[in-house]
Design a protein around this ligand. Sequence first.
Ligand SMILES: NC(=O)c1ccc[n+]([C@@H]2O[C@H](COP(=O)([O-])OP(=O)(O)OC[C@H]3O[C@@H](n4cnc5c(N)ncnc54)[C@H](O)[C@@H]3O)[C@@H](O)[C@H]2O)c1
Length: 263
Amino acid sequence: MPAWGGMPLRGLKGKIAAVTGAGSGIGQAVAKRLAEEGCKVAILEWKEAAAADTLKQIRDKGGEAITAVADVGKEAEVKAAFDKVVAHYGRLDILVSNAGVFSAERDGKVDTLPKAVWDEMMSSNLTGMFLACKHGIAAIKATAGKGAVVLTGSPTGILGVTPASTGYSSSKGGVHALARVMAVDYAGEGIRVNVVIPGFTLSPLVRELVADPKVYEWNVKNIPMRRGAEPDEIAGAAAFLASDDASYMTGSFITVDGGLTAV
Ligand SMILES: NC(=O)c1ccc[n+]([C@@H]2O[C@H](COP(=O)([O-])OP(=O)(O)OC[C@H]3O[C@@H](n4cnc5c(N)ncnc54)[C@H](O)[C@@H]3O)[C@@H](O)[C@H]2O)c1
């Protein structure tokens, strides 16, 4: 039940939800929100301590969760993580595929970008989405039969709004395409696939990068609301898309960006 005591989103209570990259930022906020809505949550994360932090936060509020440590870019680890979730809960209904990396320092313009950095971005951000969806959807089909998948996209997958982010932007463009084809492929099987596109969101790493007020101001100057989002302002959209309140939505993209892409 939501903290403010209003009506819960439909159809989430008792569902089993796996969230990748749930050790920090948006993924952590989504995991906490889904637990608050009555889901049993699996925290899929490659950093064990970060996963344990989210687990503690959920359990401290009376929620139910487990961790499954995996690098989403490595198929054997991803498969083992979903096997663990199904062995523990007996079912999977919801996948929020969210894990991703961004590095303003290491990413760059295409003519000087080391292939190793490109590969690193693709591994977490695109191959990781593919593998989480591959094994997550297989688990949903084999257990619950139908369900919902939510991917975390980015404005950089649509627009060139973040200069010198070749690897990151390209990976996110791929995520949007992956979501569209999956939405079409699984619509007849009762599995909905949608995307949340967060704008400038103050996850811990981003907060650190923009600690200097001048850097913060530069980042918000083109955002009509003139501020960054808190991670839990993104989590509501992901929880909605995972819920039965979004039962007629598939292949949809919800931007939560303070108006950035409306300009
Ligand atoms: N923060 C923003 O402004 C913003 C904007 C648009 C999109 N996004 C996207 O939102 C998602 C979450 O980002 P965030 O801002 O919360 O960042 P974050 O760094 O706070 O959280 C990302 C989490 O994913 C985990 N992770 C990264 N690679 C992984 C891998 N290979 N295997 C398993 N776990 C992995 C990290 O350890 C971390 O816990 C990402 O997909 C990011 O691209 C963020």
